[in-house]
Design a protein around this ligand. Structure first.
Ligand code: SAH
Length: 350
C-alpha cells in the first residue's frame, strides 16, 4: 500500500494521526484513495449508527444579523437583503407542520438578531416543548454570554450549533470583523460545560485556507470533542466582500467529512445543504463518505429565498412535505434509511 492508504488505515485504527501525518495525508490524497477512505468512514459510521440517517427539521427564523462575516450573504452590511423575522406564532406553526410530518428534532437557526431576546427565545422553546415534550430542540443563533446560554438550556434547549468556522486564529479574525476566535472557542467550551449537545464545524475552501488550517480544525475538534460537526464548502455570495472568491470543492469537503468520521467515530455529521448546492448528488455522496444527518428545510416557503447565506441555495421553492419525501428518496438511494427520532449522539445519557 502507498503512504496515503497507510495513513488512512492508521487513522482508522487509532482514531488519530500526528500533525505531520495529517499534513502528509491532506496534501497527498487523490482520487485513487477516495474509495478506500470513504469505505472506511462508512464502515466506522455504521458501527455506531448502523444504517440510520437522522433527520432534523430546519427553521430559519430570522435573517437579521448584527455581525459582518465576510463570507455570509445575510451579514449586517449587505443592504440588498430583504430582512424578515418569523413571529412566535409562525415558528410554532412550523413546528406543528414538522411534528405532523414526523420530525422529532428541530433546529432553529438565524442571524445574531437582538430582537430575539433571551426571554423571547426561552418562551418559544418552552412553548414547543410544552406542546411536544418528545422533540429535541437545537438553537443556532451565534455567540452569547454564559448567562444567556444557561437560560436557554434551562428553558429546554437540548443542543446548540455554533460552527467554529476555522480554528486558525488569524484566518478566523480576517474573516470576522470585530469578532475573536478566542470568544468563539470559549462559547463552545461553555456550551459543553452547560450540558448541551454541541455542534462545531468548519468551511472548506475559504480564501487563503491552507493544509495547516485544516490540521488546526482537526486538532481543535479532537480537543473539543463535540457531538456534532458540520462541514460544508464555502460558496461565494456576490453581495459580500468575498463575492469573487473561488470557493470550496465537493471532493475536498467529502475528504474532510470522511477524515472527521475516522477522527471522531461517534460524531453526528450532517450532509450539508451547501454540498447539495454544488452538486445535485452532493448530499448522497457525503452519506456515502461517513455523514449521518440531513437537515431538510421547514421554513415557510415565502421566506426561504431571503435566508441566502450563499449563492443558488437549493430547495428554496419546496414545501416542507416535498422536502421530507425528496430527502427520503435520496437517503434510500444510498442504502441507508431515514430515522425520524430525536437523533441523540450515541453516547448521550450514558
Ligand atoms: N448565526 C449563526 C448561524 C450562522 S449561519 C452562527 O453564528 O452560528 C450557519 C452557517 O452557514 C455558518 O456557521 C457558516 O459556516 C455557513 N455559511 C455562511 N455563509 C456561507 C457561505 N457563503 N458558504 C458556505 N457556508 C456558509
Amino acid at each position: 500500500m502507498n503512504t496515503t492508504k497507510n495513513l488512512i488505515q492508521k487513522l482508522y485504527d487509532n482514531s488519530n494521526l500526528s500533525r505531520d501525518e495529517f499534513t502528509l495525508l491532506i496534501d497527498n490524497i487523490d482520487e485513487n484513495d477516495y474509495e478506500f477512505l470513504f469505505n472506511l468512514a462508512r464502515k466506522r459510521k455504521e458501527e455506531y449508527y448502523d444504517k440510520s440517517v437522522f433527520m432534523r427539521a430546519l427553521i430559519e427564523f430570522t435573517n437579521y444579523c448584527k455581525q459582518n462575516c465576510n463570507y455570509c450573504g445575510i451579514r449586517a452590511s449587505n443592504s440588498k437583503v430583504e430582512r424578515y423575522r418569523l413571529s412566535k406564532e409562525q415558528i410554532l406553526e412550523c413546528s406543528d407542520e414538522g411534528y405532523r410530518l414526523g420530525y422529532r428534532s428541530f433546529v432553529m437557526q438565524g442571524g445574531e438578531d437582538p430582537f430575539f431576546s433571551d426571554d423571547l427565545l426561552c418562551d418559544i422553546v418552552k412553548s414547543i416543548k410544552y406542546k411536544y415534550p418528545d422533540v429535541a430542540i437545537t438553537l443556532s443563533v451565534g455567540e452569547k454570554s454564559m448567562e444567556s446560554y444557561k437560560k436557554l438550556k434551562e428553558a429546554g434547549t437540548d443542543r446548540y450549533l455554533l460552527r467554529h468556522e476555522t480554528a486558525s486564529k488569524e484566518l478566523y479574525e480576517s474573516l470576522h470583523p470585530n469578532m475573536s476566535f478566542d470568544n468563539r472557542r470559549n462559547c463552545l467550551f461553555i456550551l459543553k460545560e452547560l450540558g448541551y449537545q454541541v455542534g462545531a464545524g468548519f468551511m472548506v475552501g475559504l480564501p487563503n485556507q491552507k493544509t495547516s488550517d485544516f490540521v488546526n480544525d482537526l486538532e481543535f475538534l479532537k480537543e473539543l470533542n463535540p457531538e456534532m460537526i458540520g462541514i460544508g464548502p464555502f460558496i461565494p455570495h456576490e453581495d459580500t466582500p468575498l463575492g469573487s472568491s473561488i470557493g470550496g470543492t465537493v471532493e475536498k469537503t467529502l475528504v474532510m467529512v470522511a477524515i472527521t468520521r475516522l477522527l471522531l467515530p461517534s460524531a453526528l455529521l450532517p450532509s450539508t445543504t451547501a454540498l447539495g448546492t454544488l452538486d445535485s448528488k452532493g448530499r448522497e455522496k457525503a452519506l456515502k463518505a461517513g455523514a449521518n444527518v440531513v437537515m431538510p428545510n421547514l421554513s415557510p416557503t415565502n421566506v426561504r429565498e431571503l435566508y441566502e447565506l450563499y449563492k443558488d441555495k437549493i430547495c428554496t421553492g419546496d414545501e416542507a412535505a416535498h422536502c421530507r419525501k425528496c430527502i427520503e428518496v435520496r437517503i434510500n438511494s444510498t442504502g441507508y434509511s431515514v430515522d425520524m427520532g430525536r437523533g441523540d449522539h450515541s453516547e448521550w445519557g450514558k
